[in-house]
Write a protein that binds this ligand. Sequence first.
Ligand code: ATP
Ligand code: PRP
Length: 211
Amino acid sequence: MTPAPTRSADHLTLALPKGRILEDAIALLSQAGLPLTMPEKSRALRHEFPGVTILELRNQDVPIYVDLGVADAGIVGKDVLIESGRTVYEPVDLKFAGCRLSLIREVGATGEITRVGTKYPRAARAYLHSRGITAETVKLSGNIELACLTGLADAVVDLVQTGGTLKANNLEEVEVLFHSTARLIVNRAALKVRAARLRPLIENLRTLTAQ
Ligand SMILES: Nc1ncnc2c1ncn2[C@@H]1O[C@H](COP(=O)(O)OP(=O)(O)OP(=O)(O)O)[C@@H](O)[C@H]1O
Ligand SMILES: O=P(O)(O)OC[C@H]1O[C@H](OP(=O)(O)OP(=O)(O)O)[C@H](O)[C@@H]1O
């Protein structure tokens, strides 16, 4: 393992997820005063800007990079943060990427739930336990709703935003587990070492999102 270069206290390393959050995250961080632009499409995974390095990650890896201090801060959906089980400092609700995690079944399904497909096994298990439902949870990676349509599962736990995917596949929301938006997360040690960079960033983001 190549040792990480020593980073000066005035340099910020941020973990951002590729995918639907990236563009809004870059736009909001720019409004908050960081000199960022949307990275050009390329295979580069690390993007350098004056005083800021952006690490482009999978959603699930953002809390890990921040918790372990490789990134000083990051932006990630509350859904992914809850599922990660990591207790990082979460100072700002950024109020975009709004959606909800829900229990979903085929329209009119009433039979017993014995198997649930989901990308969120931790949240799904906690929910099923809280409802006294003894069901197997199967971890899936995408197009989760298909598990219901094919009989792989009697229900799925997945994200809903417009409801368009449910409607197009004859599915319905049975219950909302929780609502989610994008969050700023911060490494607690970095907050001390890089206070001069992180405190104004947090304040600016709070003002921009009116908290
Ligand atoms: N339909 C949606 N509308 C609004 N926000 C959403 C929607 N789907 C997901 N999100 C939010 O955006 C985040 C990122 O979603 P995105 O679709 O980029 O992830 P993904 O590509 O499915 O994840 P992975 O990294 O597992 O491939 C989610 O964690 C959630 O907080
Ligand atoms: O209510 P809607 O507006 O239709 O949005 C919900 C859909 O969006 C997400 O899927 P995504 O497009 O990220 O694909 P994925 O299944 O591969 O995660 C989510 O998993 C739902 O399938």
